[in-house]
Design a protein around this ligand. Structure first.
Ligand SMILES: Cc1cc2nc3c(=O)[nH]c(=O)nc-3n(C[C@H](O)[C@H](O)[C@H](O)COP(=O)(O)OP(=O)(O)OC[C@H]3O[C@@H](n4cnc5c(N)ncnc54)[C@H](O)[C@@H]3O)c2cc1C
Length: 366
């Protein structure tokens, strides 16, 4: 549907977030799902340790949605947490930075790309000052759509305050229409993604910093002289918040050493991005994702998918990536359906049936 646009990086695509909304609408409609947007989960409906549904609030007031099985895809394990399942949070001083992303309009694409060709940046350039990135070595000399120099210059010239030395990062794609998308330049340390006041404060601060970044681009980046803000992301972007303490928590060894599991629900390449580690998926090495990483302890009828699945810090730097979330989500959906069909609780599910169905859907499990 045209919602994946080639990036300037090796074999990489950016998802056009607006186009993806249309793709998602179509997928939901084709699957016969009744969409229920505009509702905020506020509390689980519990029967002992079993989740029987959720309470949501919205413009319509308060509603109870009953369910045979519940999948928590809130990214923050909101349902698991409120249901009493044990969860972890990275200590706030070690939490991955939050970002306010933005898109630009008015880029002179030809001039910008010429500037990139004249001074190509690599992943090695990500490491500067206090920001040190561990790689496998193979990443170091690869081209990276990295922007750092304009902000260093802006600090030297007093355009950006000296203490704001965290501005810098990647651009996504430049379009013939003059749009430059996914400007991932603002990194906000100390934001708690489960605290509304913290989210408010950092989102506003992120917008302020984004405008300083745009001013620096106008001054120091070829092709950006006439840019203006096109839009911010839908909200501040949170990389790291709650994760469940799952029946199996994935480990750093699993994601670095091609973990293998009998209850695999899909595979994911060796792609680690976070906590100062960047290992790109260029080798064909991969790990399996275990079903048990989505099963919370102490609570029944609930699976947790997406970036909140169980794992240690470095495991999370891999499993938080979008495509890994998609693998987990498909596994969770199929497992919940099979659990309902067979009447077998999620904790005791016959994994062979889940794997058979996933294979039929074209999922690679090993
Ligand atoms: C700035 C930034 C850049 C990133 N770049 C990349 C990248 O280049 N490549 C990559 O692979 N990954 C990237 N990631 C990571 C990746 O985008 C996320 O980890 C992943 O999208 C998480 O998916 P998810 O489905 O678990 O959660 P989300 O995509 O956050 O979805 C959760 C959904 O649940 C909704 N929700 C939450 N709480 C409630 C509630 N209480 N009631 C109702 N609805 C609720 C939210 O509105 C949201 O729609 C990036 C993340 C950030 C923040």
């Amino acid at each position: 549907m045209g919602a994946a646009v080639p990036e300037s990086q090796f074999l990489s695509y950016e998802l056009d977030s607006e186009g993806f909304k249309l793709v998602a609408d179509q997928l939901v409609s084709e699957a016969g799902i009744v969409p229920m947007l505009h509702r905020q989960f506020v509390a689980p409906i519990m029967e002992g340790t079993k989740v029987r549904g959720i309470i949501v609030e919205s413009k319509s007031g308060r509603e109870a949605i009953l369910a045979k099985r519940v999948i928590d895809a809130t990214g923050d394990a909101d349902i698991a947490h409120r249901s009493g399942a044990p969860t972890f949070k990275t200590p706030i001083e070690q939490t991955q930075a939050a970002s306010v992303m933005f898109h630009l309009a008015g880029v002179d694409k030809e001039k910008f790309m010429q500037g990139v060709a004249d001074d190509p940046q690599t992943y090695k350039d990500w490491s500067s000052g206090e920001w040190q990135v561990e790689t496998d070595g193979k990443e170091d000399d690869m081209f990276s759509p990295f922007l750092g120099k304009p902000f260093e210059q802006a600090i030297r010239d007093g355009l950006i305050p000296a203490d704001l030395n965290t501005i810098g990062g990647t651009w996504g794609a430049v379009h013939d229409s003059g749009e430059m998308t996914y400007m991932n330049l603002i990194h906000l340390a100390g934001c708690d993604g489960t605290d509304a006041d913290s989210l408010t404060r950092f989102e506003i601060e992120g917008r302020r910093q984004a405008m300083l970044a745009i001013e620096a681009l106008r001054h120091y980046t070829a092709g950006c002289e006439g840019v203006r803000l096109r839009n911010f992301g839908m909200s501040i972007g949170i990389r790291d918040s709650r994760k469940i303490d799952a029946v199996y928590n994935m480990t750093e060894t699993d994601v670095r050493q091609q973990g293998r599991f009998d209850d695999s629900i899909g595979i994911y390449p060796e792609f680690i991005d976070g906590y100062g580690i960047l290992i790109l998926p260029t080798t064909g090495r991969y790990m399996q994702i275990p079903y048990r990483a989505m099963v919370p302890k102490s609570v029944e009828n609930l699976l947790v998918a997406g970036r909140a699945i169980g794992g240690d810090r470095v495991a999370h730097a891999a499993t938080r990536n979008m495509a890994c979330c998609a693998v987990a989500d498909q596994g969770a959906g199929v497992a919940a359906a099979i659990s309902v069909q067979t009447g077998v609780p999620l904790q005791e599910i016959e994994i062979g049936l889940v794997q058979k169905e996933l294979r039929q859907q074209g999922v690679r499990l090993d």
